[in-house]
Design a protein. Sequence first.
Length: 633
Amino acid sequence: MSFVYQFDGAGRVPPRATPLGDQHLRLGELLMQSGALSMAGLRQALAEYSERRSDSRFGDFLVSEGRISRRALLRAISRQHGLGLVDLTQMAADWEANAGLDPLVCLDLEFVIWHRLGSTLIIAVADPSRIAEIREAIGPVPERLAFAVADSRAIQREFTRLHGPDLAGRARTRCPEQASCRADSLTRFRHMVLAALVLFGAAALAWPQAALTALLVWIVVANFATTLLRGSALATGAWRDPTPRPSTPGVTALADHRQLPMISLLVPLLREDRVLNRLIEALRALDYPRDCLEVKLLLEADDTVTRASLTRVALPPWIDVITVPEDSLRTKPRAMNYALDFCQGGIIGIYDAEDRPDPDQLRKVARRLSEAPRDLACVQARLDFYNPRQNWLTRCFAMEYAVWFAVLLPGMTRLRLPIPLGGTSVFFRRDALDQVGAWDAHNVTEDADLGMRLARHGYRCEMIDSTTHEEANCRMRNWIMQRSRWLKGYAITWMTHMQDPRQLFADLGPRGFATFQVLFLGAMTSYLALPLFWTLVMLGLLGIRVTDTLDLSGPLWTLFWISMPVGQLVMITAIAIAVRTPAKRALVPWILTLPVYWPLGALAAYRALAELFAKPFHWHKTEHGLAPDTGSD
């Protein structure tokens, strides 16, 4: 028989028990009896809940809509099931009693062993309907089991306290070692690359002609391959909407009436006090049922700045704060890996602190993933900026983003090529994310790496017709630090997947393998080659003929001078197409300044190359909140 334990204000357990109460009492009736809901309020809530087409519980719907407090719901649930109510903030769970349990199972079932009273174990549960599963998870124990109701968030916080180090360690190693850049084999690979660079430098001093010839051959090949990929994306009509449309209106209507899935949004924060209020406003503006939405604000344990700001903000009940335990490795993917175990959603989405997504973005995500085959593991929204005209740097950055998210990625999607994902406004099927090992906690471009790992497992990623606006870097140093992190991550991602080139070729196929090389190795080559290109241009303007000095091959020299300008011309053409919309037309005159902007990427690339060997896992924090709050401009 189950028993009910009544608890006094201090959390002590009186030595008495009563039989299990009437489990057939309706939750709404109990809320009315307690005064939490009126009859009219209950009828209205039931009518709205029945129209929601969601799989959330009625009580969660009431709390998420602000109709009742979480405390009132817990009291009603305890009465409904004839169970006592535990306040874990007054009396913490017993560490020894929980030591032998699998924390992941406990988090999934939302329970914790609260206290041992003589020969009885008292279990705090968030959902009494899962007591049978909880009994099975605990297994045979000598003690008798009794159950009480507790807040699910309080249970999660107790597991952070009890199992924080274990969960933090899992966050570091969630991605399998053979697929992670933390692998010892990758360290050896990095040393081999460094040795090759040193040997090439020595050879260049001894045989400058041979070294420069080899370098020019590589640059020509890389530039032609990159130009081919960009031209192919343009040829697909990629500037049009890349989202597959339903063939008939009836398909859309059917999708609208499907049960809405739970979506969990992860929002990593680090010293984001300047944008916190705007972030909460943007999240509130999302048009998605609150009982089908949970937002996890991820806060580093030592981030006192953001924590202080959060104390001054009234968070809605569907937004929760997760504190990530301290660790020597402090990266965005580690924080997301840690928080993933606390998520209930079948769809996992990522937003950055400064993001302002389209209000209907989540509905488009839910519709597309519900309609698509299971091999579509992820959808990516377009990224744009709300401060493109702040200064010259933001204008150039906006043009770069426009061509990437409005032309190149949609084109690659149409060609069914693997795409490097963006770090925000990207949404995953939870089961696919778990299958590939979630994020690589050590990779500083975890998004691009994850896109490739999904492709290697046979999954597709796709663009959707929705936009998230974020803040363009308006300061030079901030821009270079961010770009160096991206390029360092691209280099690390290339090395990670190229540890076994034959397996990579088998996983991605010829077209995917070639695309991978162009995206990652080609990006680094393009930036690193820019100083050589401009040096040769300057020497030519000064009348110094390198071909005469080093006796370079005429055809090679010709190909070099064709590949570099043609590559930039194709890029400028793509940008011109991307900014042809009325909202971006003001950027058109600034296209001619891009040859001055691109060398900044070369500075970032050489910094990334140095950090690749000195500080491969160091994460450069991008400062946000530097743009004036001027709405969409």
